[in-house]
Structure formats: C-alpha cells, structure tokens
Design a protein around this ligand. Structure first.
Ligand SMILES: Nc1ncnc2c1ncn2[C@@H]1O[C@H](COP(=O)(O)OP(=O)(O)OP(=O)(O)O)[C@@H](O)[C@H]1O
Length: 279
C-alpha cells in the first residue's frame, strides 16, 4: 500500500514574506508614508539586510515585521500566517544600550522573556539563558549588572536574550551603530560566528554599505523616502575577509550608485526596472 509522508516545508518557501507593504504614520497635522508597496522574501537561515539612507523606512519596516505597526496596504506573513501583533517568533534587538533593565543581573535579563512568556520554568530558563550567554562569551558576567558592562557587552546580552527565545526570525535594528569602529567590527565578526553555529534567520537594518556586505547574504536596497525596493543583491560571497578587496569595493560603489539612483555601468537605472543581482 502506498504511504503518504508529510512533506517538510520546501527550502524555497519563504519564512517571512513582505507583500506589497505600505506603512504610514498619521498625526493630526499630516500623514507620513514611510514605505511604499515593499515586497521581499526572507528564507530560513538568511541574513537579510535592509539597507537604505536615513529616513527611508528601514526601522518602520522592521517594526512592522515585529508586529508593532500594521500596514495600510499589503501584508506581512511569517511561516504563512499573517502578522497582526508582536510574538515570541520575532524578537527585536535595538541600537540603544539601555534596552536591559538595570536592576536585573545579566542572567535575569536573558531569562526574563522566557519566564514572562511562560516559555520555560525558572530552572530551565536559567539553564537556557546560561547556554546563550556562553555563546556570546559572557557566561562569566551572568551575575553582573548591566551598568558594569561596556556598550558591546550590553549588545551581546541583548543578542543572547533574543536568541534564548529561539525566535523564527531575529530582527536587528542598527544594533552596532552606536559602537566605536573597532568594537563594531568585532561584533560583526561575532555575529557571523554565532550565525555559523546557531543558523538563525536574521533581518538586519543598517545604513552602512560595508556592514551590509559583511553581515548579509542578501541585501534589500530601499530607495529614499518613502522606501521602495530598489534592488535585491546577493552578497553571500563577501565576509570580514573581503573588506578592502577590489571586488568588495566595486560592489560597495555599485550599491552606492543604485541607492542614489546614479548611472550603473553607463546606463541609467530606472526606479521601476531594477537589477535583481549585482554581486
Ligand atoms: N513616530 C513617527 N511619527 C511620524 N513620522 C515618523 C515616526 N517615525 C518615523 N517617522 C518618519 O517615517 C520615515 C521613515 O522613518 P524610519 O525611522 O523608518 O527610517 P530609517 O530608514 O530607519 O531611518 P534611520 O536610518 O535614520 O533610522 C521618516 O520620514 C521619519 O521621519
């Protein structure tokens, strides 16, 4: 007799779908359109970077993915389900260093969402928190308080706290932008090493072209205000090692031209006729 086996989701099924999404802020005085009909797909274990100039709607789009803001047009789906509110399957790491309650130890900070969401009991929550603190190299600081940590260490705690929830997608909003250049570079390196080990799915917002090329395997370029998808770039060939190399520089320059709608390879790039791959 023939047997029917449940099919696992095909690898080319997107985990996170942004489908024709327009986002707006409404104040009594005016309506600000932050993104206009943005569509993009994020696949499992992608490191998808949203790149664009200041004010193009990157953070707003990330907040909509997290479920904090509802689209005025289009929809966002996670694992096929429409996003209507925040959920433990999408955790955000912000840029600010003050995202850790200062009265809780590092361990309690990491364990807190697990306890508050009743995902785990106290002992298991602490065990899992320690596991992820170890992954970010901070197990020795489990009993420390956030005010005794450097900016980079606080961001590591925030990353451990997010990963401990084992979300379907980790959303990072310019997480390293407030760090000095050396620490930022180190954190990028550590994030990539962590991804190599855990293989989480990442959506990462930045306005740094270099950071996008290093961190991402795919980059969605957003045009200036309101944000629209200008191009999607395959950047998996680049990493920490490629910075400064000729190919890296050429890709960075090409992205710069695309972002600012200058000519690429001698031909103009119309906003509605975009190259899908440039690197
Ligand atoms: N709370 C708000 N109320 C009204 N307008 C807002 C609000 N937050 C953002 N905006 C506007 O929405 C647009 C997109 O902002 P957003 O912060 O998403 O851009 P961004 O690309 O993340 O910029 P940056 O890189 O500077 O953080 C901007 O024009 C901004 O002024």
């Amino acid at each position: 007799m023939a047997t029917v086996t449940a099919l696992k989701s095909a690898p080319d099924t997107p985990l996170l779908e942004v489908d024709g999404v327009s986002l707006e802020y409404r104040t009594p005085a005016r309506v600000v359109r932050a993104t206009h009909q943005v569509s993009l797909n994020v696949f499992e274990a992608d490191r998808f970077v949203l790149l664009g100039a200041s004010g193009c709607g990157k953070s707003t789009l990330l907040k909509a993915m997290a479920g904090f803001i509802a689209p005025v047009e289009g929809e966002i789906r996670i694992a096929g389900r429409k996003v209507t509110q925040p959920g433990p399957d999408r955790i955000v790491v912000f840029q600010e260093f003050d995202q850790l309650p200062p009265w809780k130890t590092v361990l309690d900070n990491v364990a807190f969402p697990l306890l508050a969401s009743r995902t785990l009991g106290k002992q298991e929550a602490h065990e899992r928190a320690l596991h992820y603190l170890d992954k970010v190299g901070l197990s020795a600081f489990a009993k420390a308080y956030p005010n005794t940590l450097s900016g980079g260490m606080k961001q590591r705690v925030a990353i451990a706290r997010a990963l401990a929830m084992q979300p379907k997608v980790l959303l990072m909003d310019e997480p390293f932008a407030a760090l000095d250049a050396l620490t930022r570079r180190k954190m990028q390196e550590e994030l990539l090493a962590l991804w190599d080990e855990v293989r989480f799915t990442l959506v990462f917002v930045t306005h740094s072209i270099e950071e996008a090329l290093v961190v991402g395997n795919r980059i969605g370029l957003l045009s200036p205000h309101p944000g629209r998808v200008r191009a999607e770039i395959n950047s998996h060939d680049f990493g920490m090692h490629s910075q400064g190399g000729a190919e890296f520089q050429a890709a960075a320059q090409r992205i710069h031209r695309l972002l600012f709608n200058e000519e690429v390879d001698g031909s103009p790039t119309p906003a509605n006729e975009l190259p899908r791959k440039i690197a």
